[in-house]
Each structure stands twice: as structure tokens, then as C-alpha cells.
Ligand binder design. Structure first.
Ligand SMILES: *Cc1c(COP(=O)(O)O)cnc(C)c1O
Length: 379
């Protein structure tokens, strides 16, 4: 049996929640969507009016750029080690994506990395939390405030990440989480958008549903005796979540502590068994006060052996990967940046299987095969 690198965990409770939606005969945006928004908002410690359930995390990134009015002539700074959706969300506006370097061990940008890429044209900064590690988010948020630049947190990896109890995603102006099939908390497809400014949050809700003035899509209040009348505030797409995926999300959110507990055990086991293995580096320890979501567990090794080690593991039925290949090397983004840390990290980093469905035997197998493979390459 192949050991997957990421894998969701869904069961009878999610199935029962979906069955209930079937019986209610209301699959669209409705009471469960509202409940999921409220529950997620409580989870990150904000009011429900700031959370908008949308159809994917990527949608959230595109909406963030739209909400901030990013356009031609603007620059948006982001770490090169980012998911393509961030690059595309910037590119589609006509703005220029300006890639910054990262810390070679955490693969998160430092405040200095971000600062070095700021110019008078910088309209926004988009940072993620690599593998769930919060990173330098407090200092980056302070830097952005000082410079009057908007901060967007791509919190797709950071569903339960915190700094001194404060949820990642709430440090900036806008954030999004992803619940796609490979994340910690999954709904199939889905994402949550957080918008700090209440007026902008109202606009986000409208933007998610045709730009209609009556924003929720689940129209209860009749504007007049002709309840079918409408007004369009701006041209917009249909990007809302629905009650079917929200119902799954509500159960998954409830199970999140259980998922994190198992993921932490797996990560601790890797730490114990892999620390000190010649030729291998484990992730740096989390700073005091930081909580991770344990989304990735990554190891680093000599670039000369990394690909061969990945191939050995695949041969042994263990799937590994590298996230996220540096965007400044993707021709579509037209970057000529030279970012030595991002480049080195992308050649020496490998993400090992980490999910809540891994058994002790699975984890032992990964450890044994990895040690053996690295050992054989070094001798
Ligand atoms: C998964 C992911 C996204 C995209 O989310 P989708 O819900 O798949 O659109 C964006 N950023 C990061 C860092 C991700 O890991």
C-alpha cells in the first residue's frame, strides 16, 4: 500500500451531515454556510461578519486582490516559495508580482526579505505560513503597517497556527484558508475569506455573489413586495460556498483538535527518529509561543541526493513531494530575481508523508526507508 504524502480523513460523521443536507433538500448557500462561517470566525477569534465562505482558497486570493484595488502599475510582494494561485491572482490584475527570498530552513520570508522587495509602487504583500509555521508574521505585519502597504495572509497551510494565541490570518488586512482535498481540514472544495475592515467585508460578500446588493445569496429580507428585484453594485462572479460543503466543514472543524493531535505525534516521531541522521536536517524548532498546524513535515539534504532519495521512497511505496517550487523561475511571472535561499531550499527540501491517517507502522516505514536511502547515497 502506498503511503500518501497528504490525505484527508472523512468518516461517518461527515456522511451523516451530508445526508442531513440531502434530506433538507437545500444544497445551496444557506443555514449551514452561515453556521460554518460563524464557527470558523469563532475559531480564529473574529466576528462572524468578517468571514465569507467561498468556493476555494484560490478564489479568496483573487478576491483579495480585487478588494484591495490592485491593478496595472502596482507591485505586489510575495515569497517565491508560494503556491501558483497567489502568482496568478496578482498577474490577472495587471500588477507585477515581485518575489522575495525566504529563510532557507523555514522557507518563510523574514521581515527583512519582504522589506528588501518593497518599492514606492508596492500596493500589497502576500505571505503564507509555510507548512503551518507562523513565521515572521508579527514583524511583517508591523512593517506593512508602517509602510502603509496592505497585508494579505495566505493561511492555506495555517488552519490552526497561532502566535501567542492569536490566529494566523488575523495579523493582516485580508486572509484566506483552503479546505481543498489535500489540506488538514477539507470540504472537497472550499475556502474561507477573512476581511478585517467591516465595510470591505460587506463588499466581499457581494463580490462573492454576482455583485448583488442583497449580499448573502440566501435572500430572506424582501426589499419590496417584489422580492425578485435586485441591484448590482459591481460586475462580479459567483464564488460562494454551499451548504453541502459547509456541512462537511462544520464536522471537520469540530474534529480539528483530534487531527492536530495525531499530526503532532507524527511530527514528533519524525523529529526524534530523524534528528542526528547524517546528511539529513529536520525542520527548525518552533519559536516559543508559536503553534503550527503540522501541515508539512520537511527534511533537507544535499541537492545532489534529494531527487534520488525521493525516487527510492517512491519505489518503496512512499510518496513524497516538494512544496512550493519557486515562482520566480516560472516564465509566466516574468521575474528576473535572483533568490539564493529560495533556490537552494527548492533543491534540498522534501516533504514527507504527514496526515492524521498515518499509522505507527507507516511512520516507522518512512523513517526506515528514508534513513536507508540517505545512508546509501552518502557512503
Ligand atoms: C492549497 C493552497 C492554496 C489554494 O487553495 P485552493 O482551495 O486549492 O484553491 C493557496 N495557497 C496555498 C499555500 C495552498 O497550499
Amino acid at each position: 500500500m502506498t503511503i500518501n504524502v497528504f490525505q484527508p480523513q472523512l468518516g461517518d460523521r461527515e456522511l451523516a451531515a451530508v445526508a442531513e443536507v440531502f434530506r433538507s433538500n437545500w444544497l445551496g448557500h444557506g443555514p449551514r454556510t452561515k453556521a460554518f462561517e460563524a464557527a470558523f470566525a469563532a475559531h480564529i477569534g473574529v466576528g462572524a461578519e468578517h468571514a465569507v465562505f467561498v468556493n476555494s482558497g484560490s478564489t479568496g486570493l483573487f478576491m483579495a486582490m480585487e478588494l484591495l484595488g490592485v491593478g496595472a502599475g502596482d507591485e505586489v510582494v510575495l515569497p517565491s516559495i508560494s503556491f501558483v494561485a497567489a502568482g496568478n491572482a496578482i498577474g490577472v490584475t495587471g500588477a507585477r508580482a515581485v518575489f522575495c527570498d525566504v529563510d532557507p530552513r523555514t522557507l518563510n520570508p523574514t521581515a527583512e526579505d519582504v522589506e528588501a522587495a518593497l518599492t514606492p509602487r508596492t500596493k500589497a504583500v502576500v505571505v503564507l505560513h509555510y507548512g503551518g509555521y507562523p513565521g515572521d508574521i508579527e514583524r511583517i505585519a508591523r512593517l506593512c503597517r508602517e509602510r502603509g502597504v496592505a497585508l494579505v495572509e495566505d493561511a492555506a497551510c495555517a488552519v490552526a497556527s497561532r502566535v501567542d494565541g492569536r490566529a494566523c490570518g488575523t495579523f493582516g488586512d485580508i486572509a484566506m484558508w483552503s479546505f481543498d482535498a489535500m489540506k488538514v481540514l477539507v470540504t472537497g472544495d472550499g475556502g474561507m475569506l477573512y476581511v478585517r475592515d467591516p465595510e470591505l467585508a460587506r463588499r466581499a460578500r457581494s463580490l462573492a455573489y454576482h455583485g448583488l446588493e442583497q449580499t448573502s445569496g440566501f435572500v430572506k429580507a424582501k426589499v419590496s413586495h417584489r422580492w425578485w428585484e435586485l441591484n448590482v453594485r459591481e460586475y462580479a462572479r459567483r464564488q460562494i460556498g454551499n451548504d453541502l460543503t459547509a456541512a462537511i466543514g462544520l464536522v471537520q472543524l469540530d474534529r480539528l483538535p483530534e487531527f492536530l493531535k495525531r499530526r503532532a505525534e507524527v511530527a514528533d516521531h519524525y523529529d526524534r527518529e530523524l534528528a542526528g541522521v547524517p546528511g539529513l536536517r529536520t525542520p527548525p524548532p518552533l519559536p516559543a509561543g508559536h503553534d503550527t498546524s503540522y501541515y508539512f513535515y520537511w527534511v533537507q539534504m544535499d541537492p545532489a541526493i534529494r531527487d534520488a532519495v525521493a525516487a527510492d521512497l517512491l519505489e518503496a511505496g512512499i510518496y513524497t513531494t516538494f512544496r512550493y517550487p519557486p515562482l520566480h523561475r516560472v516564465p509566466a511571472y516574468g521575474s528576473d530575481a535572483v533568490l539564493p535561499n529560495a533556490e537552494r531550499a527548492s533543491d534540498e527540501t522534501l516533504c514527507l508523508p504527514l496526515h492524521q491517517g498515518l499509522s505507527h507502522e507507516d511512520v516507522d516505514r518512512v523513517v526506515t526507508e528514508l534513513r536507508e536511502s540517505v545512508g546509501s547515497k552518502l557512503s
